[in-house]
Design a protein around this ligand. Structure first.
Ligand SMILES: [Zn+2]
Length: 328
């Protein structure tokens, strides 16, 4: 690709890509919309490293709603969050070292009334009142009991009443099916327990369900890795919408853009502008952040296969710090 050609640049990287230069250092590079990691746990990471390594926004999918409500939504990183994870009594992730009591609500009653101890609507109302923009439910049959159908349905109804989407952690036999058939809006992980049949994948795609990728968490688990990659390939082939997400805070994932996650997505068929869409989708927020941009220093990637590694050099800069070099 001729590096000076803005039309070729946009074909490779999307309509928002711009050749530019940083105002202070005059370093040349490419500007892109801000990147979002759609699955993180801020209480488990040193978030100060995010911006320098290319992540401008995060979706916290399990934390203390009181702590999260104290934070500015438009800060660095820009924030959306679920608050506490809703699960069955004693269900996952209650009791895990990474999930202190403040980050989990055990829902024991499908009640749609407010102020019921253990009630479904009460748990949703609480997260909403602390500013959640998505509700997270855990469905993990490999680690204890799971929410029954009536309670899951009541959680979905209560969330819809607040205008909030529901994201599910689905793990264990049949759990992805329950999440898809119940109509949850997103899965927190590409399903990794079992291969989903084509009909179920078609149902997920048809309902507009989004899958948050988290492929790199299966490093060192050959079966989980292969299952997740195959499910994602099939979901993408069927037209499914994927969001870039890492489950940052899990194990020793790198804080910032994870080039391994991007390489795995590229390999599964999410490439070029589609890969960038997964990184720049503001979900569950409605609009992208306006004040910041992604800056990737140096020449643009030579071709589509070079994009994942190239994106690993991304950093976040204030929009006003970039001078357009783009005269197309
Ligand atoms: Zn997580």
């Amino acid at each position: 690709m001729p590096h000076h050609d803005p039309f070729a640049l946009r074909e490779l990287l999307g309509d928002d890509a711009r050749l530019c230069r940083r105002a202070i250092t005059l370093e040349a590079g490419v500007a892109l919309p801000p990147f979002v990691d759609h699955h993180v746990h801020l209480h488990l990471i040193d978030e100060r490293a995010l911006g320098g390594r290319g992540i401008a926004g995060v979706v916290d999918l399990g934390g203390d709603p009181v702590e999260l409500a104290r934070r500015p939504l438009e800060g660095m990183p820009r924030l959306a969050y679920a608050g506490a994870i809703l699960t069955s009594p004693g269900g996952y992730p209650a009791g895990r070292s990474w999930a202190p009591p403040a980050t989990v609500r055990e829902v024991s009653d499908p009640s749609d009334h407010p102020g019921v101890a253990g009630g479904a609507a009460t748990a949703v109302d609480e997260q909403a009142s602390f500013g959640a923009s998505v509700i997270k439910v855990a469905l993990n049959s490999d680690a204890g009991t799971v929410l029954d159908a009536a309670t899951l349905s009541a959680i979905l109804t209560a969330a819809r009443g607040h205008g909030l989407p529901v994201v599910a952690h689905a793990e264990g036999s049949g759990m992805a099916r329950i999440a898809i058939e119940a109509g949850v809006d997103a899965l927190a992980h590409t399903p990794f327990t079992e291969l989903l049949d084509p009909g179920l994948i078609a149902a997920a795609v048809g309902s507009g369900q989004r899958w948050i990728s988290t492929l790199d968490i299966h490093r060192g688990d050959r079966d989980g890795d292969r299952t997740a990659r195959t499910n994602l390939e099939r979901f993408l082939s069927a037209g499914g919408v994927v969001l870039y997400g890492t489950d940052l805070g899990d194990d020793d994932l790198p804080v910032g853009v994870n080039a391994r996650e991007l390489a795995a997505l590229h390999q599964a068929g999410l490439q070029g502008t589609d890969l960038l869409d997964a990184l720049t989708d503001p979900w569950p927020r409605a609009e992208r952040s306006q004040g910041v941009a992604t800056f990737v220093p140096g020449a643009p990637p030579a071709d589509v296969d070079a994009i994942p590694a190239w994106l690993g050099r991304a950093t976040v800069v204030p929009t006003e710090e970039l001078i357009s070099d783009d005269h197309g």
